[in-house]
Design a protein around this ligand. Structure first.
Ligand SMILES: Cc1ncc(COP(=O)(O)O)c(C=O)c1O
Length: 390
């Protein structure tokens, strides 16, 4: 079980959890803005371009704020590209493991960079991408990764993502504007430097032909212990060495610790067996609302959790036996109706929710911890559940 790397409560202990519908995702504008300011300063100091990875966070109501700070979006296919074009300002860089013919025209029309995952796809779609004035990139697999969780390691020998360095020689470099790689997951600076050292001998000679190098996402830049000064030095150095525009496309780092998921205790009981834990059923479902808890798996941090106390297993309202969130300490046995909040729930959550079991989808709220202004920007109904089916 992986521990979450986030979990800084920021100002969320000032929020009245009972003023919200339940369940509800809440984004603190101030926390988001603080993250964006760190990223903006990085841009100013190093000339790096920063794109928001929509796969992590696509809450477009915040697009005007985000677009004030970042250079655009990175998208994974047609729908994210459309969303980026409709709501966000700036550049759109699209990478998909494989493009479909019937979607590619629109993707190419709306994107600025098209990044291919294979030579096949580059050959098939190059002319259309060029027709719409895209700059063409290829994703490489550096075959170097320090990601511990195999599921998130995109640079293993059998990863389907990116061409191997030796295959670069089969490309007509004149067709290429950029190189893309993505090997990090919630990492500090050093693994990025190590990855670069692993590929620099191949990339630097080739970079004379390139306009840009995209270092992907997974940089945990807005985390307190992130070595940002080392990153700044590194970005300046590689942009000098390669004479290329450097891009990064973080998702998590943009909204790290900027959102929570508020829920309610619906039932609490203790089986009559000394080996069983105390249990509470909540209206937060791991499988429907925060599937990474099961998929990663990881244990999200709980707002104001004491160090010791009643050990209570929190679980969701679905029928899945494994719909468990984790075991948490409570000062007192939880009461029915009591509100709880899971921390660091802005990224890879709202983009992944589903209606399994007809479980009610969390509302979405934007809160400003400076003013206590609260806006419920989205509520889901039975009709949303029905409309998804037929
Ligand atoms: C190609 C690519 N870019 C960017 C990201 C964003 O990564 P993160 O949210 O960890 O910063 C991902 C995440 O999987 C990715 O696959």
């Amino acid at each position: 079980m992986f521990q979450t790397m986030g979990g800084n409560p920021r100002n969320f202990n000032k929020l009245d959890l009972y003023s919200l519908p339940s369940p509800c995702f809440v984004i603190d504008k101030k926390a988001l803005q603080d993250n964006l300011e760190i990223l903006y300063e990085l841009k100013e100091d190093t000339n790096v371009k920063i794109l928001l990875a929509l796969k992590a966070f696509s809450t477009f109501s915040l697009a005007p704020l985000i677009s004030n700070y970042l250079d655009g979006c990175c998208s994974s296919g047609l729908y994210e590209t459309r969303l980026a074009k409709k709501y966000f300002k700036g550049e759109i860089s699209t990478f998909s493991p494989a493009y479909k013919t019937d979607e590619f025209n629109e993707i190419a029309q709306k994107s600025n960079h098209i990044i291919f995952n294979s030579l096949n796809q580059m050959n098939d779609f190059y002319d259309v991408a060029k027709k719409f004035n895209n700059e063409i990139g290829i994703r490489i697999n550096p075959l170097y990764s320090e990601v511990v969780n195999e599921k998130y390691s995109a640079a293993s020998l059998n990863s389907r993502l990116g061409i191997h360095l030796e295959d670069l020689k089969n490309i007509d470099y004149k067709k290429l504007s950029g190189i893309h790689f993505h090997t990090l997951c919630e990492q500090n600076f050093k693994p990025l430097e190590n990855t670069w050292n692993h590929i620099r001998k191949t990339i630097i000679p080739l970079s004379k032909e390139l306009k840009w190098i995209n270092l992907g996402g997974g940089h945990h830049i807005t985390r307190k212990d992130y070595q940002i000064n080392k990153l700044k030095k590194f970005l300046k150095q590689i942009s000098y060495e390669t004479s290329s525009q450097i891009y990064i496309e973080p998702g998590e780092a943009v909204v790290l610790d900027a959102g929570i998921l508020v829920g309610e205790i619906i039932d609490y009981f203790k089986p009559n067996n000394k080996f069983s834990s105390e249990m509470a059923i909540t209206d937060i479902s791991a499988t429907s609302h925060i599937p990474d808890v099961i998929e990663a798996p990881y244990r999200p941090a709980l707002l104001n959790e004491p160090k010791t106390g009643h050990r209570v297993q929190l679980g969701g309202p679905s029928c899945l036996a494994g719909d468990n969130i984790g075991v948490y300490n409570f000062n007192l046995p939880p009461k029915i109706g009591q509100r709880i909040a899971l921390l660091d729930q802005a990224h890879y959550t709202m983009v992944k929710t589903n209606f399994f079991n007809g479980v009610r989808m969390p509302s979405i709220a934007i809160w400003d911890s400076r003013t206590n202004d609260l806006n419920i920007i989205k509520e889901f109904s039975y009709e949303d559940f029905e409309n998804k089916l037929s």
